[in-house]
Design a protein around this ligand. Structure first.
Ligand SMILES: CC(C)(COP(=O)(O)OP(=O)(O)OC[C@H]1O[C@@H](n2cnc3c(N)ncnc32)[C@H](O)[C@@H]1OP(=O)(O)O)[C@@H](O)C(=O)NCCC(=O)NCCS
Length: 215
């Protein structure tokens, strides 16, 4: 399976979302983040597509990238690397939680953003916002290509990178030199949702890939 990395274009968004939802199927925290699953009603998936499309066009510090199988043209894996600019003390204090976020999403975002701020502070850094390989294409090196893209940016900029790792992702990130900084528990329950999932917040210091391979 020959793999090729490129930037996500507007015409990729439906497939980008399909890969993302298929890859995170069954993950309760991802379900809250996305607001839908791969088997959700089309209108719910269309709402996520619209949100991802808006982010592609409006959030210039969010870099959405994809890996395609060049034999079939299919997208097999996607990621979003965010360049986090230096924050003022006020920005560090105020978490960017949309006013219309449902309670479960607001709770998860509070933990996600609050922990990131606590670990990384006000300095600029690269942050992996999302990383997923379609279940039919795992262990073929697709996510590794997406990781290398982010590592090239952080090493070029001399900046650290931050990742909130799911249990699956942790093994991949360790492979690329990320070290655990803190365990975080995502918890929420109401009459419809019951979530408790532990993630590992991980940090990597900048270093050139060449140096890393020589060690
Ligand atoms: C984590 C994930 C993105 C890995 O994608 P992938 O394309 O299969 O990863 P790669 O093939 O590039 O793997 C690179 C290395 O990472 C490690 N690795 C990746 N997945 C692993 C797993 N399930 N178990 C053990 N090691 C794993 C291995 O060292 C692997 O190298 P190897 O195959 O030569 O042993 C994929 O399992 C996934 O989409 N999981 C569900 C979504 C998710 O949790 N994403 C992370 C969010 S933080």
């Amino acid at each position: 399976m020959p793999l090729e990395l490129s930037k996500v274009e507007d015409s990729d968004i439906e497939e980008y979302v399909r890969v993302e939802l298929a890859g995170f199927h069954g993950d309760p925290v991802a379900l809250i983040f996305h607001g839908c699953d791969v088997d959700s009603p089309p209108a719910d998936i269309a709402a996520l597509v619209a949100k991802v499309r808006k982010s592609l066009h409006e959030k210039k510090d969010f870099h959405k990238i994809k890996v395609c199988d060049t034999d079939t043209g299919e997208i097999v894996a996607v990621a979003q690397w965010n360049f986090q600019r230096a924050k003022t003390p006020e920005e560090l204090e105020k978490l960017d939680i949309p006013n219309d976020a449902p309670p479960a999403l607001a709770a998860i975002l509070r933990t996600y953003l609050g922990t990131g701020n606590q670990i990384m502070g006000a300095k600029p850094y690269w942050k992996l916002g999302n990383m997923v390989t379609h279940p039919d294409h795992r262990r073929c090196g697709a996510a590794s290509l997406l990781m290398r893209w982010g590592i090239e940016q952080m090493d070029r900029d001399g900046l650290e990178a931050y990742i909130d790792a799911s249990p699956d992702g942790k093994l991949l990130y360790e492979h690329f030199g990320f070290k655990p900084a803190k365990e975080v528990v995502y918890e929420f329950s109401d009459s419809d949702i019951e979530v408790r999932e532990t993630h590992t917040c991980m940090v990597r210091m900048p270093r050139s890939l060449t140096t890393e391979m020589e060690e």
